[in-house]
Design a protein around this ligand. Structure first.
Ligand SMILES: [Fe+2]
Length: 370
């Protein structure tokens, strides 16, 4: 890491891009263009969208430059183009896609040299380098979406994925911590990068509650399946011998009962908590208990909370990141998974998805009233 803030940004942009390219390195162009699931984009769309988002914000918006191809933005708009339609769009592919990514990056670095990113910069997009932090987070978050898709690619092998999975902790459970009744500050403070949905920081009064120190393990989830006939997580198949194997990425690997369970829906998570005589924590409880929790960052943890605006919410810098998703149809997940870059998983970060979704790296931990 270098002391010059612009050089540091350039370095971090390069690191994020390296990670993106490392993830797709084992694949050929045909695999990048394949639609594996109607709920996920072909990887070529993610790659073009990452670069187009970069062009929109770091070249056009703050650099004041014309777009390289006026039409392109339409096809990479995530709201205009639902995932199930993205394989049919006239998006960039193959060599054209790779050269667009490189051309945008070249322009980004030219613009970076010309702008003021001081802490007191007048433009809120530039203050503390906000727009660059947003772009870095965007690319790294798309890496996780790409990893969701890569779980569906038979034979996909990556040293990066193996390294991340090797860090999976044992989650013995069911040790718990009691958080006494009190007022807790929830959300991101004024300084530092955060999304609009994490602000503003506000006091929340919570009754005393008890929360598990660790997320629910595969072994505990197997007990629920045995006892209550619950559906297995996504990618699990019976091994024919009363056990379960993990078929993600086309492998057939024994399930490690000590690892946190992932690929369960909110409905499955909620059912587990009830079966255990407990409940899912609210996202405020989760955040209040965060300093006491182990195993954070290995599985996204479903909470009982709907994805709603905090008091005083202001959409920034565009309403399509959070605001259009607010409402009771999306449930909040907290924490982060093995597929999440650590810089994304700050304590106030709020993830959200539909309650039936299981392609995300989602597990849970349980709570109850104290
Ligand atoms: Fe995006």
């Amino acid at each position: 890491m270098t002391a010059n803030p612009k050089a540091a940004i350039a370095e971090r942009l390069a690191e994020a891009r390296e990670r993106t390219l490392e993830l797709i390195a084992p694949l050929d162009d045909a695999q990048l263009n394949t639609v594996f699931s109607p709920i996920l984009s072909p990887l070529a769309w993610d790659l073009g969208h990452i670069a187009n988002f970069e062009e929109l914000w770091l070249v056009q918006t703050i650099g004041g430059r014309e777009s390289m191809d006026g039409e392109l933005g339409r096809f990479y708009d995530a709201i205009e183009n639902p995932r199930k339609t993205r394989g049919e769009l006239p998006i960039l592919r193959d060599a054209e896609l790779r050269s667009y990514m490189a051309d945008v990056r070249e322009r980004t670095l030219e613009v970076l040299e010309t702008i003021d990113i001081a802490a007191d910069a007048e433009d809120p997009l530039l203050r503390e380098g906000f727009v660059y932090e947003m772009l870095l987070a965007h690319e790294l978050q798309h890496n996780e979406t790409m990893l969701q898709l890569l779980q569906m690619v038979p034979g996909y092998e990556s040293a990066l994925v193996e390294d991340l999975l090797a860090l999976q902790p044992s989650v013995p459970g069911p040790d718990t911590v009691v958080v006494p009744a009190g007022v807790h500050e929830i959300g991101a403070g004024e300084r530092g990068f955060a999304y609009d949905n994490e602000r503003g920081r506000h006091p929340v009064e919570l009754a005393a509650f008890e929360i598990d120190r660790t997320p629910v393990s595969n072994g505990a989830y197997i007990e629920l399946m045995k006892d209550a006939g619950a559906e297995p997580p996504l990618y699990w198949e019976p091994d024919g011998d009363g056990g379960w194997i993990d078929t993600a990425r086309g492998r057939r690997a024994a399930i490690d009962p000590s690892h946190p369970v992932v690929h369960v829906s909110w409905e499955q998570a909620d059912a587990f908590a009830r079966w255990a005589g407990k409940r899912l924590p609210s996202e405020q409880e989760w955040e209040a208990a965060r300093p006491h929790l182990d195993g954070v960052g290995h599985a996204w943890e479903w909470t009982a909370s709907d994805f709603l605006a905090y008091p005083g919410f202001k959409a920034f810098p565009y309403p399509e990141y959070s605001e259009v998703f607010f409402g009771p149809e999306h449930k909040v997940l907290r924490g982060g998974s093995w597929a999440t870059h650590p810089s994304v998983a700050r304590p106030s970060f709020r993830n959200w998805d539909l309650p039936q979704r299981r392609q995300i790296f989602s597990g849970l931990r349980c709570a109850r009233d104290a």
